[in-house]
Design a protein around this ligand. Structure first.
Ligand code: MG
Length: 161
């Protein structure tokens, strides 16, 4: 694969529903609603995985982790660990990741450090490589109406060895 540095972008959105735990960045966050989806619906990790796959030009998350019984209810940290293996096999290492979580509620600031630590552990990197920012929907659209959480992520990879 060419390039000393490679950049990738990822996006994901999941609906917020009652009766589901809210898991973001591999951290279970106490909240009245949670994200619905085939796996644990961790939109933050899904966006990050798509960014990593994009940097490697390896397609998207749905291709590698389809909605099969194997991945039903799966912890997305497991998916992130598998993607980390693809990065390593391709001969690259993460320089940094920057993520924007679009959520009207709950407040994510108290959970940011734990999310960065959990993601970093799954990737085998230092937590300081992982930036997680939160923003609100200001009442607009599905995010603002508390019907969904959307996440954007960008990563930079550097060739190693
Ligand atoms: Mg997803």
């Amino acid at each position: 694969m060419h390039g000393s540095f490679r950049v990738g972008i990822g996006y994901d959105i999941h609906p917020l529903v009652e009766g589901r735990p809210l898991v973001l960045g591999g951290v279970r966050i106490p909240h009245g609603t949670g994200l619905a989806g085939h796996s644990d619906a961790d939109a933050l990790i899904h966006a990050l995985c798509d960014a990593l796959l994009g940097a490697l030009n390896l397609g998207d998350l749905g291709e590698h982790f389809p909605e099969t019984p194997e991945w039903k209810g799966a912890a997305s940290t497991k998916i992130l660990g598998a993607v980390a293996g693809m990065v390593e096999r391709a001969g690259y290492a993460l320089v940094n990741a920057d993520c924007v979580v679009n959520a009207e509620e709950p407040r994510l600031a108290p959970h940011r450090a734990a999310m960065a630590r959990t993601i970093a552990a799954a990737l085998g990197v230092y937590a300081e490589y992982i930036s997680i920012k939160a923003t609100r929907g200001e009442g607009l659209g599905p995010v603002g109406e508390k019907r969904a959480i959307a996440v954007e992520a960008i990563v930079l990879l550097e060739k190693v060895g």
